[in-house]
Design a protein around this ligand. Structure first.
Ligand code: ZN
Length: 255
């Protein structure tokens, strides 16, 4: 004679399994930022490097455009040009500029661009003291709070670095990245000079230094379309710095 417990036990087991599965899923799901990121990208993989990275592999015609010192007044215009040209870029963000421009950063990330750490107040961190550690951390926090994304790249303000700073950045799982092509756009030499300098110096694997903040960047903005189109015509493909360096991205499940 079948007892009810015979049926109840498998049912109980199934219920437990379901509960377990739900618990695992809930644990695995990352907590979305309060601001509900519009992108599912939550981070990129840290690649330890004892020295600063200046370029990617020269084995393919790939180039990474980078924009420092924003987000700022012209960042949305830069994003518009990049969207028109359908190319991604990497933005080295100054932490104190994040407040009030959170949505802009979320939009950049959702459009396939990458965000990176460029200190909180744009002072030299070469001394690698406790204040430098705090600058790095505050910027990581500001970007993560605004976008749900935690950067894995750091560019020292003014390119001023030291072995100790590279180590200190590494402690926060940040790879230090400089550039191999300097547009010197921050000297405001004119649109043609910016364009010529970049086009003369780009090689396969180049990382190009440009600016979307820290001053009047209208010349940079004006030079951008022809820089992109000329490099495309030369057979270059545009990638983000993490992509150029082969760093994998982490994703949250879409909601
Ligand atoms: Zn800078």
């Amino acid at each position: 004679m079948p007892t009810p417990s015979r049926h109840r036990l498998p049912a109980l087991g199934a219920a437990l399994l379901v509960a377990l599965a739900v618990a695992v899923l809930v644990r695995a799901a990352p907590t979305p930022a309060a601001s509900a990121p519009t992108t599912a990208v939550t981070g990129c993989a840290y690649a330890p490097s004892p020295t600063q990275v200046r370029r990617g592999p020269s084995t393919a015609k790939r180039v990474a455009l980078t924009f420092d010192d924003g987000p700022a007044a012209l960042t949305s215009s830069v994003l518009r040009v990049l969207a028109q040209e359908r190319v991604p870029a990497t933005f080295f963000v100054v932490g104190r500029n994040v407040a009030g421009r959170e949505a802009l950063l979320r939009r950049a990330l959702a459009a396939g661009h990458m965000l990176a750490n460029h200190s909180f107040t744009h002072v030299s961190l070469a001394k690698a003291d406790a204040a430098a550690t705090q600058e790095l951390k505050d910027t990581q926090d500001a970007i993560a709070r605004a976008t749900g994304f935690t950067p894995c790249l750091f560019r020292p303000p003014f390119g001023a670095s030291s072995r100790a700073l590279v180590t200190k950045a590494g402690d926060q799982r940040l790879t230090s990245v400089l550039w191999s092509v300097n547009s010197k756009d921050f000297t405001e030499p004119g649109t043609a000079a910016i364009r010529q300098r970049v086009l003369a110096d780009v090689r396969p694997g180049s990382i190009v230094l440009l600016h979307d903040g820290g001053g009047d960047r209208r010349q940079t903005l004006a030079a951008l379309p022809s820089i992109v189109r000329t490099l495309k015509a030369r057979g270059y493909r545009f990638v983000t710095v993490p992509s150029l360096l082969g760093l994998s991205l982490t994703h949250a499940s879409r909601r």
